[in-house]
Design a protein around this ligand. Structure first.
Ligand SMILES: NC(=O)c1ccc[n+]([C@@H]2O[C@H](COP(=O)([O-])OP(=O)(O)OC[C@H]3O[C@@H](n4cnc5c(N)ncnc54)[C@H](OP(=O)(O)O)[C@@H]3O)[C@@H](O)[C@H]2O)c1
Length: 338
């Protein structure tokens, strides 16, 4: 339908700190299991500036030039031959597979398994803020930690994009939630339901929190290593910012050399894991339209509300990326595409 027509996109043609480029490229063609979505809004995530810098190039192969952006909301304008679940005019939100990213664009062709109907009570800007953080948090708390009612969890960086959604999800699951934040984020995390807040700039969280069942680590490095101290014996840590370990390599079918390399790189984490008799898992979020459907239900029931810090017009992507990289964002940044 849109063959030969052009769309505006924001892309990079080389890795590095240079500014993003705006270009016109052909609107993508729709595969049999795809829908073509007219994008209304996209969100900005730390992964965007990390991809742009080339930080992932060792293990995530992107073909340059690359259209940026990892999640979106919009309206279906064309459906592939096998698609029955969605029709033209449906409002959807989604997170494309890593091989088909590119949501800082007017259109995206995406497999239907990676989208869901947008929560009916949200604007396009609000809905666009959800997919990447929502899926990551859902997979961390449900699939990896299997958090149970009344369990105690520490969620790091509660005021960030991941944290603001995770606090609400953990409360919805019936957990007792502690979080780390600076004073600027206190009011926000309290409003979202945090039971205990540690001002990470003035207090060590491990001095106050003990016998926790679980930790959701969003910061990695020394904070991850210190987090083992708050766990009870047999407690669990899931990290999205630390290092994958050997177990991750085995579960993801990596070959002998790669999985042992991970074992070496994550040796310090494994040492702490054994010492504290804990279980450490690294999570790499996977797209899932099915889970986005579950998340849409939670949002429509009012259990989770989006938290948006700033909305930028499409032409100011670079400013949005710079603000994201500052590490001071409270909730999410959204780009208004149309
Ligand atoms: N593995 C995966 O699949 C996956 C998926 C999604 C995200 N991630 C990663 O997860 C990380 C978090 O993402 P995000 O979107 O939440 O980032 P973000 O929104 O940029 O986080 C910013 C927030 O972090 C807080 N913060 C910074 N340092 C802190 C500290 N030492 N203790 C407590 N809070 C601190 C800041 O609060 P103050 O300004 O008050 O300091 C700010 O509110 C990123 O590294 C991202 O790449 C990984």
């Amino acid at each position: 339908m849109k063959d030969g027509l052009l769309m505006n996109v924001c892309m990079i043609s080389r890795y590095g700190k240079g500014p993003v480029e705006f270009r016109k490229v052909p609107i993508p063609t729709v595969g049999d299991n795809d829908v073509l979505v007219s994008i209304h809004a996209a969100s900005v995530n730390p992964i965007d500036f990390k991809i742009k810098d080339g930080r992932f190039r060792m293990f995530l192969k992107f073909k340059l030039p690359l259209i940026m952006g990892n999640d979106f909301s919009g309206t279906v304008v064309e459906v592939g031959r096998n698609v029955v679940k969605f029709k033209v005019g449906d409002n959807v939100y989604g997170r494309p597979d890593k091989d088909r990213i590119g949501t800082f664009a007017e259109y995206i062709a995406i497999d239907v398994s990676e989208i869901a109907s947008m929560p009916s009570n949200l604007s396009f800007e609000q809905a666009a803020s959800i997919p990447l953080v929502g899926l990551t948090d859902y997979q961390a708390l449900h699939d990896v930690l299997r958090l149970k009612p009344k369990e105690k969890i520490l969620i790091h960086a509660g005021a960030g994009g991941i944290g603001t959604f995770a606090i609400q999800l953990a409360k919805q699951m019936g957990a007792y939630v502690a979080t780390t934040a600076s004073q600027k984020g206190f009011e926000l995390v309290k409003r979202l339901g945090a039971d205990e807040i540690v001002d990470y700039r003035n207090e060590k969280f491990e001095d106050r929190l003990h016998d926790y069942d679980a930790v959701f680590d969003t910061l990695g490095g020394k904070i991850l290593l210190r987090s083992f101290k708050v766990l009870r014996k047999g407690g669990r840590i899931v990290s999205i910012a630390g290092l994958p370990n050997r177990r991750f390599g085995i579960e993801h079918g990596y070959g002998f050399i790669k999985r042992n390399l991970l074992g070496i790189l994550a040796a310090r984490i494994s040492f702490h894991e054994a010492r504290h008799k804990a279980k450490y898992s690294f999570l790499l979020m996977k797209p899932s339209g099915k889970q986005l459907g579950v998340i849409a239900d939670l949002i429509e029931r009012g259990s989770i509300v989006p938290v948006i810090d700033r909305v930028y017009p499409f032409g100011r992507v670079q400013e949005a990326l710079d603000y994201q990289e500052s590490g001071r964002v409270k909730g999410k940044i959204v780009l208004k595409i149309r």
